[in-house]
Design a protein around this ligand. Structure first.
Ligand SMILES: C[S@@+](CC[C@H](N)C(=O)[O-])C[C@H]1O[C@@H](n2cnc3c(N)ncnc32)[C@H](O)[C@@H]1O
Length: 274
């Protein structure tokens, strides 16, 4: 387990993932019934954008920094920037909130977060980052096992965020196959699965596998900021939603053209498909 999200926090891929995550959370909150969020690969919670890792790899400057001061940002991105601003109240961008922090910020008293992080140091940081309240659970456990061990949640509705590091060469396949067991337990849940955009054929195979495992209503959004390539710097990312919230497709179609241009480092683009 060498991957450390601190080198990547706030990059273009986090902008897409976290903006969509917030849209999903807002959609869940349109109903009064409580929901649960399972974050299978949660990370450490907070990231210091002026800390050692971020200074060595300032990817956030091509991500969150580019949308931070964007008066005419599309609604999806305005909402995201507002969420990040809450952790940078003096107006200077320094602290980046990871997925479990964004979820915790959105929870109502009866909603629940189950956050899993396997790396001991990051788990410890996450435990200290999140509030010690009954509806926020931090697990030092394998996120893939959590898909069966922690689902279904007693809340019966909610969201599963799957955001692995893709260190193992077969992690796309592992994730796609994991939907079989997860969907049997929590078939009507919303799923948000983040993937690196490197090989279209690998992603197409992963999507096909997710379908074969029982995923039905799918929405995929891709965003790239430069020419997509197999090796080297990550230039694009893809989110696949199962049981996406109402209105997400239109919101993405309204936001991604301007977002891709704003984050561009070269041959940028976007795609939304079902
Ligand atoms: C991409 S990062 C997560 C970022 C986080 N979801 C966010 O958006 O802020 C992936 C994390 O998964 C952790 N990890 C790796 N393998 C894991 C596993 N099998 N189960 C749970 N966590 C794992 C890594 O230590 C790393 O912190």
């Amino acid at each position: 387990m060498n991957y450390r999200h601190a080198f990547h926090a706030g990059n273009h891929a986090d902008v897409l993932k976290h903006a969509v995550l917030l849209f999903c959370l807002d959609a869940l909150k349109r109903k009064s019934a409580p929901f649960a969020v399972l974050d299978t690969h949660a990370g450490r919670g907070f990231y210091d954008l002026l800390g050692d890792e971020a200074l060595r790899s300032p990817e956030w400057q091509g991500g969150v920094a580019r949308v931070w001061d964007w008066p005419e940002a599309p609604a999806l991105i305005q909402r995201y920037v507002e969420a990040v601003q809450r952790f940078n109240e003096d107006g200077a961008l320094r602290t980046y909130p990871g997925s479990p922090v964004l979820v915790t910020q959105a929870l109502r008293p009866d909603d629940v977060l189950m956050a899993c992080e396997l790396h001991a140091e990051d788990h410890d940081k996450l435990r200290r980052a999140l509030p010690r309240v009954g509806n926020v659970q931090v697990h030092h456990r394998d996120g893939w096992q959590a898909l069966t061990a922690l689902l279904p949640s007693p809340q019966k509705r909610g969201l599963v965020l799957i955001d692995p590091p893709y260190e193992a060469p077969d992690e796309l396949e592992t994730a796609a196959r994991a939907f079989g067991a997860a969907l049997k337990r929590f078939g009507h849940g919303m799923y948000l699965w983040w993937r690196p955009l490197k090989s279209e054929s690998a992603l197409a195979a992963a999507d096909a596998e997710a379908r074969a495992q029982g995923a039905r209503q799918l929405l995929r959004a891709d965003l790239w900021v430069d020419t997509v390539r197999l090796e080297g710097r990550l230039n694009g990312s893809s989110v696949l939603l199962i049981n996406p919230p109402f209105g997400l497709r239109q919101t993405l179609e309204a936001a991604l053209p301007a977002l891709a241009a704003r984050l561009s480092q070269g041959a940028h683009g976007w795609r939304v498909q079902e």
